[in-house]
Ligand binder design. Structure first.
Ligand code: LLP
Length: 425
């Protein structure tokens, strides 16, 4: 997908989000800070809807990418559905007034209690990941005198050619079932009165930039559906997952979303199925910025360190996946500024605490602001309190105004749930 950054512009040399200067946001809300553009979220959602228009899919935004209620509401108002991986994620969506029949419940480790909650709410479909899970879901549904609609997650054994931590469709991954296992389970479901087979689910990984793995997966799914139909099974849905990659680097070739959409739409049309998609990153990552302030410049022997107030606690992606996030200075440096290769690092006591390594930049000064791009997905959602760092505030820029959508955690929040045994008082 194209890296849509139109909401980020320099106005009189000051970087702004939909016209609201980041310097003003830092002044009002402090740093580090997550900033999201509501219009960018809408634009990203609409781009996917447009590309897949031929199939009129249920686009179930993958809540795990960023579960803030304001973001869920922006997408609710676009008509989005939601993909949830825990009953608590489901509650977040229910709280916004979205009805459960627009929700897909996924995940390899659903507890019986979560199944009960999701059945009671009436989710559209459970993505079932193993025969053992099917047995449990059947029991739970029968005990509630209801029937659970299920999609069997198959593992198409396709290499998504992405980082090894986010590929999910290879045979060594924990996700989904082999085609043999799925065949066996589908036959068994006939005898499980608590389950109704609705369809198939195939998600092969995240941040996929090439259309080839999608194409290969479509081939596998096509043959498998053909096989099932020949055996007399009637499917209604195909959930093709998410995973549409974005161009984090300027020189990265964006995913040909329209090309992928064409083959996926062709597949569901051929078999007369309703299409469900679960995009997360492609909707929210490019719409978010992590704003951080430079504390110190340290002239190391090898290269300068730009020490900022943001850290791996808010942005773990570089440490975890060697991820690259573009960094822009909030105040545009003059074209004549000398450029150097620097490491942009946080205050956390870990060598892995960096936002960028060996990044060529005009080395900023203490007090300068930096904007870390594509920080909307899997950043705030994966944040932690390591080193007793409060989670940052989050702001949504909508209609030219900044709205606080998450308060900065306080010192008290850090020990709120700790209990001191009386003899240690
Ligand atoms: N559906 C399923 C079954 C998934 O496992 C995922 C992501 C999605 C949909 C949404 O995928 P997306 O469109 O966002 O690629 N923390 C990692 C990514 C983990 C992805 C987990 N599953 C990262 O920061 O790159």
């Amino acid at each position: 997908m194209t890296n849509q950054k139109k909401f980020l512009r320099y106005d009189r040399n000051q970087l702004a989000c939909d016209g609201v200067p980041f310097a003003d946001l830092a002044g009002e809300f402090g740093t580090p800070l997550f900033v999201y553009s509501a219009d960018a979220i809408r634009g990203n959602y609409r781009r996917i809807r447009q590309a897949f228009a031929a199939a009129k899919p249920l686009i179930a935004y993958s809540v795990k990418a960023n579960s803030n209620g304001a973001i869920i509401r922006v997408l609710r108002d676009e008509g989005s559905g939601f993909d949830v991986v825990s009953a608590n994620e489901m509650d977040r969506v229910l709280m916004t007034g979205v009805s459960a029949d627009r929700m897909i419940f996924a995940g390899v480790g659903k507890t019986a209690d979560e199944m009960r909650r999701a059945l009671k709410a009436g989710v559209k479909e459970f993505n079932v990941e193993s025969p053992a899970e099917a047995v449990r879901l059947d029991e739970v549904a029968r005990s509630m005198k209801t029937t659970a609609p299920v999609a069997i997650r198959i593992n198409p054994e396709v290499d998504a050619r992405t980082h090894r931590h986010i590929t999910t469709g290879k045979k060594e991954n924990k996700f989904g079932m082999s085609l043999e296992a799925a065949r066996g389970l589908i036959a068994a479901i006939g005898g499980m009165s608590g389950l109704r087979l609705d369809g198939l689910h195939a998600h092969i990984g995240s941040q996929i930039l090439s259309d080839k793995p999608h194409e290969e997966a479509v081939g596998v799914v096509d043959a498998f559906i053909g096989d099932l139909t020949a055996k007399g099974h009637r499917l209604r849905t195909l959930n093709f997952g998410g995973g549409f990659g974005i161009a984090y680097r300027d020189d990265e070739k964006p995913l040909d979303l329209k090309g992928v959409a064409k083959i996926v739409c062709g597949l569901v049309k051929k078999h007369g199925l309703e299409l469900i998609l679960e995009p997360g990153r492609s909707i929210i990552a490019p719409a978010g910025v992590f704003l951080t302030k430079v504390e110190y410049i340290k002239r190391g022997k090898a290269h300068p360190f730009v020490i900022v107030d943001g850290a791996m606690t808010e942005m773990i992606r570089p440490a975890l996946y060697d991820a690259y996030h573009e960094i822009r200075p909030v105040a545009k440096p003059s074209a004549k500024s000398a450029r150097e290769k620097a490491d942009v690092v946080g205050p956390v006591c870990e060598s892995g605490d960096y936002l960028a390594l060996q990044r060529e930049m005009a080395v900023p000064q203490s007090g300068d602001l930096l904007a870390v791009l594509d920080a909307g997905a899997y950043c705030s959602a994966m944040s932690s309190n390591y080193n007793s760092r409060p989670r940052p505030a989050e702001v949504l820029v909508d209609g030219g105004a900044a709205h606080l959508i998450r308060k900065r955690e306080t010192r008290r929040d850090l020990y709120r749930h700790e209990v001191v045994p009386s003899h240690l008082e």
